[in-house]
Design a protein around this ligand. Structure first.
Ligand SMILES: NC(=O)c1ccc[n+]([C@@H]2O[C@H](COP(=O)([O-])OP(=O)(O)OC[C@H]3O[C@@H](n4cnc5c(N)ncnc54)[C@H](OP(=O)(O)O)[C@@H]3O)[C@@H](O)[C@H]2O)c1
Length: 284
């Protein structure tokens, strides 16, 4: 793994940090993407100490800002000649409707458009490093969960943090399937994964009160982030998944997405809207 480069978003906490640690332990050169230098540096030191791998780098970006995502991609490409693995782990739930610096509803900007933009910006580097993998972290959703493609930003309906989270995590699935179709025949695979429910900082700022209460009650019984990261590491590195693309995994097993995720017309509508909202005229 010595010459393999992995980039992990949200790598100072929870699943991202545990995934970065797992990859560093496997010998990857790990690039951690974090938004706060102090928290990122503290996590970087922890990962180096626990993995005995010094090839752990920190890059800063507030992923809710498209300018910051573009700068991150430029900085990464200037410093690294290759990218073997991209793990889009950063994500969150936000109780109140807010907008990003780009004037886009925050959950959409951070949970869906950031991985969409970052992945598209790094796609040529991934292709040049093939075989390469992309892993999008999503969650478990009801079979009838649906993303409202007519109102992605909660402009004409009441905002709910839980609903916005659900829709953007479903968006991660539609994105995964649409990208897998575009990458067919190339040695770059893209899959999504449900890490299970686990203890982390998730929702510490934005979880609705009933969920916060449940989260506190069940916290002692939840798995820890390292156990959850095993699922991500399996999808990211297992030789058993060489060439496997366009799938949704749980505990080493394929899961079934909500019905809408398989609807190609819905996938394409979301892709076009995402390309327009991020100003990506040259997506694959
Ligand atoms: N926890 C669960 O039970 C669970 C279940 C299913 C799916 N997931 C998914 O797992 C993923 C990771 O969540 P987690 O539970 O590990 O949560 P977490 O501990 O809160 O980690 C989230 C990470 O994202 C970073 N982040 C937040 N806002 C950011 C921004 N604007 N720009 C850049 N980075 C930002 C955080 O950085 P800061 O520390 O600076 O805030 C942190 O590193 C998410 O995609 C979530 O949807 C979690």
């Amino acid at each position: 793994m010595a010459d393999k480069v992995a980039l992990v978003t949200g790598a100072n906490s929870g699943l991202g940090k545990a995934t970065a640690l797992g990859l560093a332990t496997q010998g990857f050169n790990v690039v951690m993407v974090c938004r706060n230098r102090e928290r990122g540096e503290q996590a970087r030191q922890d990962i180096i100490a626990q993995s005995s791998n010094r090839a752990v780098d920190l890059m800063l970006a507030d992923l809710s800002s498209q300018q910051a995502v573009r700068q991150l991609a430029r900085d990464f490409q200037a410093k690294y000649g290759r990218l073997d693995l991209l793990v889009n782990s950063a994500g969150g739930m936000f109780t109140k409707r807010a907008e990003s610096v780009d004037g886009i509803e925050y959950s959409l900007a951070f949970n869906h458009l950031a991985p969409f933009l970052l992945t598209n910006l790094l796609l040529d580097t991934l292709k040049a490093s093939a075989p390469a993998r992309i892993v999008n972290v999503t969650t478990r959703l009801f079979p009838n969960a649906a993303i409202n493609l007519d109102d992605l930003q909660f402009t004409n309906r009441a905002y709910s943090g839980f609903q916005a989270y659900t829709e953007t995590k479903l968006g991660n699935m539609l994105f995964t399937y649409a990208l897998a179709r575009r990458l067919q025949g190339q040695a770059v695979t893209v899959n999504c994964v449900h890490p299970g429910v686990f203890r982390s900082n998730f929702g510490s700022q934005g979880m609705p009160l009933p969920m916060r209460v449940l989260n506190t009650l069940f916290r002692p019984f939840m798995r820890d982030a390292r156990q959850a990261a095993e699922r991500v590491l399996y999808v990211a590195t297992s030789p058993a998944l060489d060439g496997v693309s366009g799938k949704y995994f749980g505990e080493r097993q394929e899961l079934t997405s909500p019905r809408q995720a398989y609807d190609e017309a819905a996938q394409e509508r979301l892709w076009q809207a995402s390309a327009q909202l991020t100003g990506m005229s040259h997506t694959v």
